[in-house]
Design a protein around this ligand. Structure first.
Ligand code: FES
Length: 138
């Protein structure tokens, strides 16, 4: 399987700057009793397949990458590369997420390592979609 690299410049890779941002509407998500709830009507960044948001803070133990996949489904992954702990981005049109660092470790939506120096799979979380919300079980 050939892996597509997300277009990033050398310095972005060197510094580990992900392309994926936090949602503009900070109130589009909440964490309660181990479940993250995302209000899709407020998370416009997730409107199209191939997009993602990075969720941090509000009591999360680690950063969470929420992806609107190329398969039309939503996926949630621990946003910490198992190589050097850098963050990840979706690679639109490939069904993968990729580390933002120079190593570009690449994973499938189910966390399986496809290519790169990462030491193992990413943790993934169950996502239920309904009534315009996502429920992510941590
Ligand atoms: S930190 Fe992800 S490949 Fe190195």
């Amino acid at each position: 399987m050939s892996v597509t690299k997300l277009k990033r410049n050398f310095f972005q890779r060197l510094l580990g700057r992900p392309a994926t941002n936090k949602p503009v509407s900070a109130d589009c998500w909440s964490l309660q009793d181990g479940t993250v709830t995302v209000d899709l009507s407020k998370a416009q960044e997730l409107d199209k397949a191939g997009t993602a948001v990075c969720l941090d803070g509000k009591g999360l133990e680690s950063s969470l990458l929420v992806v609107h996949g190329d398969d039309g489904r939503f996926h949630a992954l621990k946003n910490v590369c198992t190589h050097g702990k850098r963050q990840l981005d979706p690679v639109p049109g490939t069904g993968t997420v990729q580390c933002c660092s120079i190593g570009t470790s690449t994973f499938s939506y189910d966390g399986k390592l496809i290519e790169g120096p990462a030491k193992g799979p990413l943790s993934v979380y169950r996502v239920e979609e309904g009534d315009g919300t996502l429920k992510i079980s941590l």
